[in-house]
Design a protein around this ligand. Structure first.
Ligand code: GAF
Length: 388
């Protein structure tokens, strides 16, 4: 990391001169232990920020222009403040521009800035590489303009950047985890009230192993938005009889039996998964607090099955990886993680068995799927911070 920061600073001086020294902001990716697709249904999630992060070197300019560089891609991009709008397909500048635009939307006078971005959060791996960039940008601009926004407000601004500039109607989990993360803790977040609790997550002899399928199927963002609409449709049908139900957080399986199943079996299945998953998270979090990690692990497998069969956001590569580890005693729990259709599985694995597991699963996956399998052991680190 020290080296990365040094090269970011050197590149910054080369590109933008030395008259304004940049600040450096680090904003991490995230894992989520359990509670998937529950955030936009006003349920709970259990994420944590990790040691992989986006780094941004940034300083203000004297004019009204934004000059950006993606260090890892060796690409640059320039735009005037008055022209701020999403550019082209979803590409890296949008995450930064979308975040900057939120200041204008709050009637805060935005100034021109220079920024260089570098990230070791793998893209498309379901570790929230885009949220990390959005959060780094909001955090950095808040610091440079001295706007004193509170952290949750910044989280909401970063989420809006994703909605408006990337077109994904994501929930609040990724941005919240990136900004609010705390070393060796998971965050139990109530996505309705935004109340949260830090729960210790330092398990003796057990590590978080991420297995990256290295696929990101193209339907990822369109299917995500469709799932959201399916959930909203179920709520609308229930609401006709129970006006107090505002989201699937308020719904019960009995309500689904009565008002959703007779209308549409597919929408029933989607929303039933969410109702079950919200309950599963609550119990899983209690397991964790009691130290019953095996019970939590079983629930992670159950979550995977629900995401795959009921919510239909898995894919053959993710299913393969979870099925492979299911019977392995060293694997306490495993499931696909994040939005789905590719990315990583999260596995709680006994530390001394990781090498052996990787040695087995990597060649098997590569032979079966014809794709490389990469892996990371994630540690839980603090959320967004100014590091220099
Ligand atoms: C993506 C979204 F960005 C999150 O808000 C969340 O819905 C997640 O998918 C699924 O749990 O990461």
């Amino acid at each position: 990391m020290e080296n990365n920061i040094k090269s970011l600073k050197e590149e910054f001086s080369k590109l933008f001169g030395t008259n304004r020294q940049p600040i450096i902001v680090r904003s991490p990716g995230r894992v989520n232990i359990i509670g998937e697709h529950t955030d936009y249904n006003n349920g709970f999630v259990l994420p944590a920020s990790i040691d992989k992060a986006a780094y941004m070197a940034i300083s203000l300019r004297d004019d009204d222009e934004i000059h950006l560089m993606a260090f890892d891609l060796n690409e640059t991009f320039t735009i005037a403040l008055k022209d701020l709008k999403p550019v082209g397909d979803i590409s890296w500048p949008n995450y930064i521009l979308g975040a900057a635009a939120q200041f204008q939307k709050k009637n805060i006078t935005l100034k021109g800035f220079n920024a260089i971005l570098s990230s070791d959060v793998p893209m498309g791996a379901g570790l929230s590489s885009s949220a990390a960039v959005e959060c780094a940008t909001v955090f950095a601009i808040n610091e440079l303009l001295q706007t004193n926004l509170d952290k949750v407000e910044m989280v909401l601004m970063a989420q809006k950047a994703e909605h408006e500039y990337a077109g994904v109607m994501c929930g609040i989990m990724d941005q919240f985890a990136s900004v609010m993360g705390k070393r060796d803790h998971v965050i139990k977040l109530d996505c309705r009230s935004l109340e949260y609790e830090y729960v210790p997550f330092k398990l003796d002899g057990i590590k978080i192993l991420l297995l990256n399928t290295n696929v990101k199927h193209s339907l990822a963002s369109s299917a995500y938005n469709t799932r959201r609409q399916e959930c909203e449709q179920a709520v609308a049908w229930i609401k006709e009889h129970h006006p107090e139900v505002h989201s699937l957080r308020d719904a019960t399986e009995a309500m689904l039996d009565e008002y959703v199943l007779p209308k549409d079996a597919l929408i029933d299945m989607r929303s039933r998964f969410i109702v079950q998953e919200i309950a599963r998270l609550q119990q899983g979090c209690e397991d964790l607090k009691k130290g019953d990690i095996n019970a939590l692990g079983k629930k992670m497998f159950a979550t995977h099955d629900g995401l795959s069969k009921m919510y239909a956001v898995s894919c053959k590569e993710l299913d393969y990886l979870v099925d492979f580890v299911r019977k392995n005693d060293a694997v306490i729990g495993a499931r696909m993680m994040g939005g789905g259709f590719g990315g990583c599985t999260i596995n709680l694995v006994k530390e001394d068995a990781i090498d052996e597991l990787v040695a087995l699963i990597k060649p098997a996956y590569e032979k079966e799927m014809g794709l490389p399998l990469t892996y990371y052991i994630a540690s839980i680190e603090n959320g967004t911070e100014i590091i220099s």
